[in-house]
Design a protein around this ligand. Structure first.
Ligand code: ADP
Ligand code: ZN
Ligand code: ZN
Length: 730
């Protein structure tokens, strides 16, 4: 009987025969080279072995890729992601590929994966099938390589095969092996500069009653091998100490842990605390690691030298064995949802993975999502560990203030703080110098020709930039419509705020933190260190300043535009505005010195502003959940968004309306809203429909089927449809 492989290459499952000489090496999760057409080889992931599913000759596999196989549980997880998010299987399998496998591949023009050369596994092919030829010396190399597991340092290989580097070079040139530069085994920990060996683990503080209770609850779940918990507590309430105790507990039971943080920038600080408490065995896992670092961390995890993995979103797929605990810190952050394909939500994937592997998930936040609040058992850490009270929050009505980003009360607080040598944080959720360039004479507004949004003014030199497509142009001196010189710059961005702060606080150290200033590798720690130096300083910027960075004593915290988030037509607008205010307030007065928090708003009476200023999470979430129930929004339903886009407005309109109508007809229990008009993006017109259903699959599966069924029609009309399950933006 011919062994049979379903290998996944493109977006179909294909059957291949396993040649006899590879029979022992191929199993579910193996990475294999699949001939596809006369010249191409594509990377395949073996999903299962079985008897032939159809008559006819099967093409034999060409070889096994010299990379660790994907463990069955991660294979299952990737396939689940593909089903739940109705995303192409190939994209989802990519999430669980070992780093080396991806290195051997490049994207083909048709979107398939193509092996760059039959790489190191060619050595194994020759080794396992000597009939395929090669010189004796090449066979010796292949045999040594196969004995060494398919990958080994070139020097060791030369010694083992009794050959020279020159032979290896020639074999590499002939595509029989690949040579890679890997100067030394590097660790992902190097990403933050050189870290020495971890210090001996230090015991933690004795836990408070509430912390001990939370750790006990997690232990109970761990013993049962299932369940999730929401850990609610303000910044400084001791959540991280609970995580550390729970991880140590899991380790003592031989279980590994996964620690997710919402963004890469937050890993150094968490890494420090993990190593401090746990010593060795902590790996770092995120997309900013260099290939050699990724490979090193991957190896440490697979070989069991690391049993704790810390990282951003993608770490949820780390190949840990014996998973016991998943921590999702700052669980309210939207960045847990991937923006591009496959559009998975690491919080949901964590839940699914934990359920399948008998692990427990702990979601932590000062401002949890209504979804978690409504669904999960909860432990609250009341107040801050050392009973430092939360600072009072003053709300300033901006309608009564002179123009400019800084109100009189905030200016006063900043001046007083600077005079005392204290630190301040000011948040403004918009980059650039001014949000709008507008002609006072005729009303012209500078807008992006490709995106239908107003352009943001930057300087120096003065230029206009589109935040959606990145297009930049010099700023006009005269109005292009009426030649008037009365151009006005309205609405400050972070750069404009910086200029105002400079005027207000001459000589005070100002540190800007936004996507632009933090972009370069290593620049974030430098900015934060600069801010932390003794003496007065102001850290200002976008919501990055409100994230969980470990900041020194902050005496003044201000939000410039607390309610700007409310303007957005998103059902989560209030949740976001509320969370931003509470998170920023949590940054001030952490060491017990008197602090001031000032929240500027044009609608000071708005619920999110009022309750945010009062730190009233219970009341806000209670009301928010009631409102969601009434309107049938998550957590009382799942949303699935379909965005149709293309260059021809009427084709987009027709396609979107037809999709919405057909979905209504195909799935009677699904409530379909829209299609609504979205602003144009990169020259492409867009329409979005929003489907609401009891289970995500009720809407996602029929929508995917409709989109796939019409694939050819849509392509012919120059239209593309993207499906987003549980979207974070609506
Ligand atoms: P969070 O993660 O909620 O912001 P942390 O766990 O970082 O809170 O705790 C805030 C500060 O209080 C940290 O410096 C931490 O070391 C300290 N801390 C936490 N729990 C205790 C405890 N039980 N006893 C003494 N100090 C503690
Ligand atoms: Zn004009
Ligand atoms: Zn644009």
């Amino acid at each position: 009987m011919v062994p049979l492989v379903e290998a996944r290459a493109l977006d179909r499952t294909l059957d291949y025969a396993v040649p006899e000489h590879l029979a022992g090496e191929v199993g579910p999760g193996s990475l294999v080279a699949c001939p596809l057409g006369p010249r191409r080889w594509v990377l395949g992931v073996v999903l299962s072995l079985g008897p032939p599913t159809h008559e006819g000759r099967l093409v034999p596999l060409a070889g096994v890729v010299a990379a660790p196989a994907v463990p069955q549980r991660l294979l299952d997880l990737a396939l689940w992601v593909s089903r739940y998010y109705v995303a192409p299987m190939a994209d989802c399998l990519r999430l669980v590929l070992p780093p080396r496998a991806e290195g051997a591949l490049r994207r083909d023009r048709d979107g398939g994966w193509v092996l760059r050369a039959p790489p190191a596994q060619a050595g194994r092919l020759v080794a396992s099938d000597p009939a395929e030829g090669g010189t004796p010396r090449q066979r010796a190399v292949a045999a040594a390589l196969a004995a060494g597991g398919g990958t080994m340092p070139a020097a060791d290989l030369c010694r083992a095969a009794g050959t020279t580097l020159e032979t290896l070079r020639r074999m590499a040139a002939a595509g029989l092996v690949t040579l890679e530069r890997e100067a030394q085994e590097r660790s992902g920990l190097d990403w933050f500069g050189t870290l020495g060996p971890a210090p001996a683990p230090r015991p933690g503080p004795s836990l408070t009653g509430a912390q001990a209770d939370a750790v006990g609850a997690i232990r109970g779940l761990l013993e049962r091998g299932e369940g999730s918990l929401l850990l609610h507590g303000v910044t400084g309430s001791g959540k991280t100490e609970v995580y550390l105790a729970a991880i140590a507990d899991a380790r003592a039971r031989g279980r590994s842990s996964l620690v997710l943080v919402p963004e890469i920038a937050l890993t150094p600080q968490m890494l420090g605390r993990l190593r401090d408490r746990l010593g060795e065995g902590v790996a770092v896992w995120h997309s900013a690691l260099a290939p050699a670092e990724r490979t090193a961390e991957d190896r440490r995890v697979r070989e069991g030298r690391a049993d704790v993995v810390l990282g951003a979103r993608s770490a949820v797929f780390a190949p840990l064995e014996n998973l016991g605990l998943v921590i999702v810190d700052e669980e309210h952050e939207a960045s847990y949802k991937q923006d591009g394909p496959p559009r998975y939500d690491a919080r949901q994937v964590a839940w699914r993975r934990a359920r399948a592997e008998g692990a427990v998930v702990v979601y932590g936040s000062a401002t949890p999502r209504p979804e978690s609040w409504a669904a999960l058992p909860r432990r609250t850490l009341p107040g801050r560990v050392d009973d430092v009270p939360l600072p009072p929050v003053e709300v300033v009505d901006m309608r009564t203030q002179p123009p400019g980003p800084i109100s009189r009360p905030l200016a006063q607080a900043l001046e007083d703080g600077a005079a005392r040598g204290q630190k301040a944080i000011v948040l403004l959720n918009r980059r650039g110098f001014a949000r709008v360039l507008l002609c006072r004479a005729c009303g012209w507004i500078a807008s992006c020709p490709a995106c239908d949004v107003s352009l943001v003014l930057y300087r120096p030199p003065e230029r206009l930039a589109c935040h959606h497509c990145g297009a930049e142009s010099p700023a006009p001196v005269l109005c292009p419509a009426c030649r008037s010189a009365e151009l006005s710059r309205q609405g400050s961005g972070t750069e404009g705020l910086g200029a105002s702060l400079e005027r207000l606080l001459p000589g005070v150290r100002l540190v800007r933190l936004d996507a632009a200033s933090a972009a370069a590798r290593g620049s974030l720690p430098r900015l934060l260190e600069d801010f932390a130096r003794p003496g007065a300083a102001v850290l200002y910027g976008t919501q990055m300043v409100a994230k969980g960075h470990d900041l020194p004593d902050v005496a003044v915290a201000g939000v410039v535009d607390a309610d700007s988030a409310l303007q957005r037509p998103d059902f989560r607008a209030e949740e976001r505005a509320f969370s931003l205010i509470v998170q920023l307030a949590g940054r001030a007065g952490r060491r017990g010195e008197p602090a001031r928090v000032i929240v500027q708003a044009y609608e000071p009476a708005a619920r999110a502003v009022r309750l945010g200023a009062a730190h009233d999470v219970e009341r806000f979430l209670g009301e928010e959940i009631a409102r969601r129930r009434e309107r049938g929004f998550p957590p009382f339903s799942h949303l699935v968004r379909g965005v149709v886009e293309g260059e021809d407005a009427s084709a987009v309109h027709r396609a979107a309306v037809a999709l919405a109508d057909d979905l209504r007809a195909a799935a009677a229990e699904v409530d379909v809203l829209g299609p609504a008009l979205l602003h144009r993006l990169r020259g492409r017109h867009r329409r979005a429909l929003l489907a609401r259903a009891a289970r995500a699959a009720d809407a996602a599966v029929p929508l995917r089927a409709l989109v796939d069924a019409r694939g050819a029609d849509l392509r012919r009309a120059g239209v593309r449809a993207v499906i987003d399950v549980d979207p974070q933006e609506t």
